[in-house]
Design a protein around this ligand. Structure first.
Ligand code: AMP
Ligand code: MG
Length: 492
């Protein structure tokens, strides 16, 4: 049988940078490692098939047991602001960039994908950590990243999840796991901060050129590229966070080392989707101040961009930085407004739409209504027919009826047709999201019984979050009261 390596083409671009950018690290495999789940859709991006994922070769190579010559495993150097405080010493403490690959038969413009292995042991950046990842958090990242991607939100992807028998000590003893993550870049805001604060402006420049050449090849080849690059990061970040807000996603740890330079959702820790609409929802149980609460995310995005801009201040002058950052607020507002109009089924723009949208959200907040279910129920609103299914979801029907009156008038003004609006709205208001209690059930089955069938089921269903899937109806139900708004710990 031919090696699966023959199906891949490699170009390990990050490893060709100076060695201050990373440390070479050999992955340390796990005792009793086995494939728990693999994702054929992500595999396809690098030209691997379902059969390839089931081979022993895939297990050995992608779990870090064997390092083929074409790989160049390394841990990246970075720092960053954690909860507002600068931490000069971060870096990949338990993650390795194994290689950058694409299908062997690719067209020349096809992107290379970072193959990143999380949980493969200590690195020079591990500080006091063990370099491991536990099964629970690996399952959460595996499912969360795919859920967001299929909701249409930029995200890293998940290729494979490996379980093991290796004990890993957290609050209690757990078992180690490995996650293979894919992205076109693992450069973070904090990567720039590291070289800025260690006073290596030439390295800041080298890193900026690396990212620009790879991701923004259309930018000019002179110093004007740097402010333009910052503008693009500002816009991409604004768009990403507008996306999070519209689907009710809370990242949980928006430290600058968890902010992707290409604007993807990155590093899934104690994230959470809103159940009830509680704007100041905090999913991270260690976030006592609510710094990363759901409704703080837009502001934190700008804070983080400020930190990035500071890291780039040897390349970009102050006026250009101010200008780039000034693009953030109008852009996130516009993106949010556009997405909210689609969620409300509006195809035209009126000045008062923001009042209409705010009224709806206020209603959800007053009712503590389920964010996802309410929008989905509204998608089935009829201008002429029966709306009892929607009304049944609300206690304060008078307030709902008042708002529906305004909404109906607004819909009539644009000649909205029930059927057309319903398809627009159902394509923008997911029926299925990865609620914490659903992830929790999958984790328990995996931890207790080595049973990954629930992981598989969730992945299947979350691939089509906007479709009706009658066989999965129960997964669209409101969570049991006891399982709402779970907070999760950072320890992973
Ligand atoms: P995170 O909160 O997962 O984004 O991680 C923050 C920093 O801590 C990063 O530098 C990680 O590499 C490092 N880190 C987290 N967990 C571990 C661990 N178990 N062993 C070593 N380093 C870790
Ligand atoms: Mg991180």
């Amino acid at each position: 049988m031919t090696s699966i390596l023959n199906k891949l083409a490699f170009h390990n671009s990050f490893s060709s940078l100076d060695d201050v950018f990373f440390s070479w690290v050999k992955p340390q495999g796990l005792w009793g490692v086995r494939l728990a789940h693999a994702n054929p859709e992500a595999a396809q991006l690098i030209g691997l098939s379902q059969q390839d994922l089931e081979t022993d070769e895939f297990l050995q190579i992608f779990s870090g047991n064997q390092v083929p010559a074409a790989f160049a495993p390394l841990a990246m150097a970075y720092s960053g602001h954690q909860f507002g405080v600068y931490n000069p010493q971060l870096g990949d403490g338990r993650g390795l960039l194994l290689a950058e690959a694409r299908p062997a038969n690719s067209e020349s413009a096809a992107p290379f994908w970072d193959i990143h292995l999380k949980g493969a042991g200590r690195t020079p950046y591990s500080r006091f950590g063990d370099g491991r990842a536990v099964l629970r958090s690996s399952i959460r990242e595996y499912l969360g990243s795919e859920a967001l991607f299929h909701l249409g939100v930029p995200s890293t992807r998940a290729l494979a999840l490996f379980a093991s028998k290796e004990p890993v000590q957290r609050e209690t003893e757990e078992t180690g796991a490995l996650l293979v993550r894919m992205s076109q870049s693992h450069v973070r805001f904090g990567s720039f901060e590291f070289f800025h604060y260690t006073r290596q402006p030439e390295k800041v420049k080298q890193l900026a050129d690396y990212v620009i050449d790879k991701h923004h090849p259309d930018l000019p080849d002179d110093d004007s590229r740097y402010p333009l690059f910052l503008q693009r990061v500002v816009l991409a970040t604004a768009e990403l966070i507008a996306h999070w807000q519209t689907i009710g996603f809370t990242h949980g740890v928006m430290n600058t080392d968890n902010m992707s330079i290409i604007g993807e959702t990155f590093d899934y820790g104690p994230y959470g989707f809103l159940d009830d609409y509680i704007p100041n929802f905090v999913c991270n149980h260690s976030d006592h101040q609510g710094r990363y609460a759901y409704d703080q995310q837009p502001g934190i995005g700008l804070w983080n961009l400020n930190a990035l801009a500071h890291g780039l201040s040897t390349l970009i002058d102050t006026d250009d930085i101010k200008h780039a950052l000034s693009l953030y607020e109008p852009h996130i507002r516009d993106c949010f407004a556009t997405k909210t109009r689609a969620k409300l089924g509006l195809t035209t723009e009126e000045e008062d739409d923001v009042v209409l949208a705010t009224g709806w959200l206020q209603l959800l907040q007053d009712e503590r209504a389920d964010y996802t279910r309410s929008y989905r129920a509204l998608s089935h609103f009829s201008l002429t027919g029966d709306n009892s299914a929607l009304r049944d979801q609300f206690v304060d029907r008078d307030s709902l009826d008042q708002w529906l009156l305004l909404y109906s008038k607004r819909l009539e003004r644009e000649g909205s047709v029930d059927e057309n609006r319903r398809s627009l709205m159902c394509a923008n208001n997911p029926k299925y999201i990865l609620r914490n209690y659903l992830a929790q059930k999958a984790i328990e089955a995996a931890e207790q019984d080595n049973d990954f069938s629930e992981v598989d089921r969730l992945l299947t269903l979350l691939k089509k979050p906007y479709d009706e899937q009658p066989e999965f109806e129960a997964y669209a139900a409101a969570p049991p009261e006891s399982a709402k708004g779970l907070e999760l710990s950072c320890s992973s």
